[in-house]
Design a protein around this ligand. Structure first.
Ligand code: URA
Length: 214
């Protein structure tokens, strides 16, 4: 500590050091934040969903990814394994990701809710509100080039919209104050029920690919 600092300390006056905003320091902050937010999610009791969960589903993948996929909420398999999109719909999402020349390990995948709603019901507004800050922080840390909102609930929650899927898909939106490019695609669970709609996801992802190449 400097002489001046010692003098202030002896007088009982708090002193502050200017924060080091160098890129190295920024990276340290980024790395340190992941365990902190992960532990907050693991121990979260903000809404009643924590009472029925087996595991929280934090999200996983590349923390420096260009592509950030956001689903709705964990289902039965995800709740048991603590990983997003690992059931039947998840296997189809993996194929969708593969179709754009990427692997699951290259993208980041998370959900709007980190806990499973009972019987896979739709998330309640209050649950989304209470959980949303975790996702925002994850997006903030990953800094993706594009967000893919998977399904209606993810799309409407991210975009603060109540438009139906038909009106949300097919164009690039902006998420948050920094307007991160965001594309909406049909949920793989819907594609499993309506396989004839699969081509629309392929078309929509082409919009994302073309956008990123610009
Ligand atoms: N559906 C989702 O939206 N997210 C998952 O993690 C699994 C199924």
């Amino acid at each position: 500590m400097s002489m001046g600092g010692k003098l202030f300390q002896s007088l009982g006056i708090d002193t502050y050091k200017l924060r080091d905003n160098s890129p190295k320091n920024a990276n340290q902050t980024k790395d340190n934040d992941w365990p902190r937010i992960e532990s907050k999610v693991t121990n979260c009791t903000k809404c009643s969903l924590h009472k029925g969960r087996n595991k929280t589903v934090f999200g996983d993948g590349n923390r420096d990814a260009d592509w950030f996929f956001v689903g709705e909420a964990p289902g039965k398999d995800e709740d048991l394994q603590g990983k997003p999109f690992v059931g039947r719909a998840g296997r189809l999402l993996t194929e969708v990701i593969f179709s754009i020349g990427l692997s699951r390990e290259e993208v980041f995948i998370a959900n709007i809710l980190k806990c499973r709603p009972p019987d896979n019901r739709d998330p309640k507004t209050q649950e989304v509100e209470q959980c949303f800050a975790y996702l925002e922080r994850q997006i903030d840390l990953v800094k993706p080039k594009i967000i893919i909102a998977v399904g209606r609930i993810a799309a409407q929650s991210l975009l603060g919209s109540d438009l139906p899927m038909g009106k949300l898909r097919g164009r690039i939106h902006g998420f948050g104050s920094s307007k991160i490019p965001t594309l909406v695609i049909y949920h793989p669970a819907y594609l499993l029920r309506s396989p004839s709609q699969k081509h629309k996801v392929w078309e929509d992802l082409q919009i994302a690919n073309d956008f990123l190449k610009k």
